[in-house]
Design a protein around this ligand. Structure first.
Ligand code: RB5
Length: 150
């Protein structure tokens, strides 16, 4: 599995923790920035990861900002993206099993690195359950298609 990772200045340290965990676990990833704590605009990094995942070059993405909200909102504008902000392991698992989330977002100002690590591990291990959930995720795609024609 290849993971696209990015975040703004508000998620810089959390993104580094995520990268450390991916490296330790031998999971392939690419870091799309930002590369310092200098102020940077979160939609730029959300777009880079969302396009990498939506375009099929990466199976999944992980985005960090101060809250995990801005990157989720921005990433979800890209067709094919289901970005889920998760700050607990229950939601992380459900976002995969029920919503087939392909991007995980987290906020550095909300959770610590220990919990973030558990969330990432849970999210990467959980699989989409399909069945009734597939029908619902298909309906999400239909909404996207309906408005892409406008
Ligand atoms: C940056 O200050 C902050 O607004 C950003 O990291 C994020 O939390 C936005 O949703």
């Amino acid at each position: 599995m290849k993971i696209a990772v990015a975040g703004d200045h508000g998620g810089f340290r959390l993104k580094n923790e995520v990268i450390r965990l991916l490296r330790e676990s031998g999971i392939e990833f690419e870091d799309f920035g930002t590369f310092s704590e200098e102020p940077a605009d979160y939609p730029d990094f959300a777009l880079a990861v969302a396009e990498a995942v939506g375009g099929g070059k990466f199976e999944r993405g992980i985005l960090c900002c101060g809250t995990g909200i801005g990157v989720a909102v921005a990433a979800n504008k890209v067709p094919g993206i289901r970005a889920a902000q998760c700050h607990d392991t229950f939601s992380a698992r459900a976002s995969r099993e029920h919503n087939n989330a392909n991007i995980l977002t987290m906020g550095q100002r909300v959770i610590g690195p220990g919990l973030a690590g558990d969330i990432v591990k849970t999210w990467l291990q959980a699989e989409f359950q399909g069945g009734r959930h597939a029908r619902r995720v298909k309906k999400i795609s239909s909404i996207e298609q309906k408005y892409s024609r406008c």
